[in-house]
Design a protein around this ligand. Structure first.
Ligand code: Z2T
Length: 825
């Protein structure tokens, strides 16, 4: 960005000199230190404080304007917001990054070192949580009234370490030493009931009413994180709830001499927001998780209603016109019966009217088809924790089955039992997916193919009942964080080439296609890629002590560790390459570095075994003199947003190799392609749309399609056929049983082999192996053609406009929320 442009964007005009003075002022008067003795943390804190002066001003302006104009707003309910670091992002969005950089340089401080002081705000597992973070960035940038609602976890996703190649989980204490980007709002505390029993009574009019006598009250304390839109005009908030013990309930116990019991209740109440569940795609089914879900939904709805009543008093008729609630997966689906409870039990509204409001208010995004991720709660647990909500769910269900389902399929009990919110069986269960579909206005999947499968395979009867309910919104990522901030060199080249307006209009990058064959531009583009690889090389050395050559192909797979994502297919291919090299050390091969980043859920045994196997193979390969450094394997520990920001700009190849039909969308695929990595991928999730946008010749597609996967499974898939049918597959699998990679300890890697054979290879790695291996040869051939590769990389950057999260948000606005933007003066 030009200097003039930056100053114009910054909300208050400020020079580097003034920014510098502000930093020094905060060092002295906010942090009680000075320029001579300030620690790195103090410098970062003072810089953040200087930056926040701009943020708070815009935050109150935004809130004032939204209140005065009584705007309709979207409320994004999510158990996860994977924000990463905020300093660099907020500086960029305010147009103050270059100013701050200069100010700090004058103070002899490198801004990149400074921002590395910030802990990631890792309040999410992976794609779903990071999507929420990109979406609130886009909402603020597009000046849309929006609030993110979630939990103020004391500990985010665990920190990963490796010990002898095994994953070890350590607590993440992101705010142990304070966090400058959150403000506690004690004036908006809420009290939330849980447990207890329901009393059936008659009111004065002789009508049956239900009274819930809760067993405990929990206090919800809100923390606001400002969400700075690009250009800094709108600053929305992310409101996160912390649970605290209330005093009044526990005093009885305390006074009767039960100090320890009273203390125990306090501890239990404060446990609710202690820690994020680390499962990405499995339903934990734990009581504490249900309470987390209810706690934050109840706090958020009370907060919304309090705000609504300030403008509309007790008139509910405009509620759904003012309030849209988006449910990020089924995790917050308990908000549906909670709103029914408030309207029916508290506001004394009749059921039909309340139900109409509910259905107009909520919409639901589905993020996976994996059966183990579809949430179900046992009726027994539900009754214990939320007895009144269970009754309400029964009533929602009864009316739905008796009127809507029976009208369409009269007397069809098979369909009724399939669509029921309650699953009958050995243990009766509440199906949160069915509740979400029944209680929502719209249901969307996150990429075209996924949304089609949501209709055809997951909810076909619901789709027959309400065709208009189902829609698609393909995911996107914010180009502010995932290009401008993380890849400054490339961003500057782009600014010079097509102007600096692309961060809010990514379609402008399309103009880069005119330069795709320009030798000078190709060189500039590839020189930047090389510099980014050199920078990553240093990170790799620091984290793993492995030396890698930046002129090798950097082949990157970064995502949660899961069988369906098939890191073990990548590993099979690496072992096959290694074996080919051992058999033929002079083999012509472009040197390649395979780079992984992934956390495994702590209880997911095979995922952890795969991490261990990759680390062991890496040890062996990296130290084998015979292969002349042609192959290196590194697994970077503690993959997280801030590490992604260093890896993605350095990637040549992007591994997107899930079994077709299993990855709902993917978003890492978008970030990598935007930064000029060539995708090797299956026709799954958003890969299909990426290939369409950037052109088939600029990606490498391999493997079975969704339909071929279905056909093969139907016909009966037998992995042994591939084992006996392919000499290389057999040799590589048998290698796992030896002690070749684990000297003196044969069998340590056998679980991987077993998963492919006795385990039935549920994700068809062996079926796709040959095709994958051919795809990798194609990658190598493409890379050897330097000009062709540069052209493809440039065209990837140029043609990714569709995957801007601003486009996703515009689709939500048009298809679901019907929101209007609001200019904040
Ligand atoms: C998650 O990250 C995703 C789906 C989930 O289903 C849960 C979590 Cl934590 C319950 C991911 C999908 O796997 C990925 O394909 C998608 O891109 C992402 O959500 C955002 O939609």
């Amino acid at each position: 960005m030009t200097k003039a442009k930056e100053t114009e964007m910054a909300i208050g005009k400020i020079t580097p000199k003034q920014f510098k003075e502000s930093i020094i002022k905060h060092l002295n008067s906010t942090f009680g230190t000075d320029i001579n003795k300030a620690s790195k943390k103090a410098w970062w804190n003072a810089t953040s404080a200087a930056l926040n002066e701009f943020v708070y001003d815009r935050l109150s302006q935004t809130q004032k304007t939204h209140f005065e104009k009584d705007t309709r707003a979207v409320h994004y309910f999510s158990l996860e917001f994977l924000m990463g670091r905020l300093t660099g992002n907020n500086l960029h969005n305010l147009g103050l990054f270059e100013t701050a950089k200069k100010a700090l340089t004058e103070l002899d401080i490198d801004i990149n070192t400074l921002v590395d002081e910030e802990e990631d705000m890792a309040l999410g597992n992976g794609g779903l949580g990071r999507l929420a973070a990109c979406f609130i960035d886009s909402l603020a940038t597009m000046e849309l009234p929006a609030i993110g609602y979630g939990i103020h976890y004391e500990h985010g996703l665990f920190r990963q370490e490796f010990k002898d190649g095994h994953q070890i989980e350590r607590p993440d204490s992101w705010r142990e030493y304070g966090n400058p980007f959150e403000i506690r709002r004690p004036e908006s505390i809420q009290d939330i009931p849980v447990y207890g029993y329901v009393e059936t009574k008659f009111n004065d009019a002789g009508k049956v009413v239900k009274e819930w006598h809760p067993g405990r009250i929990i206090k919800g304390v809100p923390w606001d994180v400002p969400v700075v839109g690009y250009s800094g005009k709108t600053v929305n908030v992310l409101r996160l709830w912390e649970s605290r013990a209330t005093n009044f309930f526990n005093w009885d116990v305390f006074n009767s001499g039960g100090y320890h019991d009273a203390h125990k209740e306090n501890v239990e109440s404060e446990t609710i927001s202690k820690v994020l569940y680390p499962n990405d795609e499995t339903d934990a089914g734990k009581e504490l998780r249900l309470i987390q879900q209810y706690f934050f939904c109840a706090c958020s709805l009370k907060d919304i209603i309090r705000r609504y009543k300030r403008a509309h008093a007790d008139d509910w008729s405009n509620f759904s016109a003012q309030v849209a609630v988006q449910l990020n997966d089924t995790h917050p689906a308990i908000a549906i019966p909670e709103l029914m409870r408030i309207l029916v039990d508290r506001a004394d509204m009749d059921w039909d009217q309340a139900w109409k409001i509910c259905r107009e208010t909520f919409s639901y995004t589905n993020h996976t088809l994996l059966p183990e991720a579809l949430e179900k709660w046992s009726v027994r647990l539900f009754e214990k924790v939320l007895p009144r909500h269970l009754e309400i769910i029964y009533e929602i269900n009864r009316r739905f089955l008796e009127s809507e389902v029976d009208a369409k399929w009269p007397g069809d009990n098979a369909i009724k039992s399939k669509l029921s919110i309650i699953e009958e069986g050995h243990e009766r269960m509440v199906r949160m997916g069915n509740l979400s579909v029944i209680g929502s206005n719209k249901v969307n999947g996150v990429a075209e193919v996924h949304s089609a499968l949501v209709k055809s395979d997951l909810f076909p009867e619901f789709n027959a009942l309400w065709t208009d309910k189902f829609t698609n919104v393909t995911n996107g990522v914010t180009p502010r964080r995932w290009l401008k901030a993380c890849n400054p060199a490339l961003s500057k080249l782009i600014d010079k080439t097509v102007g600096d307006q692309w961060p809010t209009n990514q379609e402008i990058l399309r103009d880069l296609d005119k330069k795709a064959d320009d030798a000078k531009f190709q060189k500039a583009y590839m020189d930047i890629k090389h510099e980014n690889k050199v920078a990553l090389t240093k990170v790799i050395k620091e984290l793993t002590d492995v030396d890698v050559d930046p002129s090798a192909i950097f082949d990157i797979q970064i995502k949660r560790l899961h069988e369906y994502k098939r890191q073990h297919l990548n590993l099979l291919h690496i072992m096959a390459l290694y074996r080919r090299l051992l058999q033929n050390p002079t083999m012509d091969m472009v040197p390649r570095v395979f780079i992984f980043g992934a956390k495994a859920a702590p209880g997911y045994k095979l995922a952890k075994d795969i991490i261990y196997a990759i680390n062991k193979v890496a040890d062996k390969v990296n130290n084998d003199e015979r292969i002349g450094g042609k192959l290196k394997v590194v697994f970077l520990p503690n993959y997280r947003v801030s590490l992604a920001e260093k890896m993605i700009p350095a990637a040549d190849v992007s591994e997107q190799i899930s079994t077709a039909g299993k990855e709902a969308s993917g978003t890492g695929n978008m970030k990598l392609a935007l930064n000029g990595a060539i995708t090797i991928g299956t026709l799954d999730g958003a890969n299909i749309e990426i290939a369409e946008e950037v052109g088939e010749e600029n990606v490498v597609i391999f493997g079975l399609t969704v339909d071929e996967v279905k056909a093969l499974k139907k016909q009966g898939y037998n992995p042994w056929d591939y084992y006996y049918g392919n000499e290389e597959i057999k040799a590589v699998l048998d290698w796992f049983d030896t002690d070749y990679f684990t000297p003196g300890k044969p069998g340590e890697l056998s679980s991987i082999k077993n998963s492919f054979l006795d385990g039935g290879d549920p994700y068809l790695c062996l079926a796709d192996f040959e095709s994958y291996s051919e795809g990798q040869k194609e990658i190598e051939a493409k890379y050897k053609d330097k000009k062709g590769w540069a052209r493809s990389a440039i065209l990837n950057t140029a043609y990714m406009g569709k995957f801007n999260s601003d486009r996703s948000i515009q689709d939500y606005v048009d298809r679901i929320w019907k929101l209007k933007s609001c200019t904040v003066k």
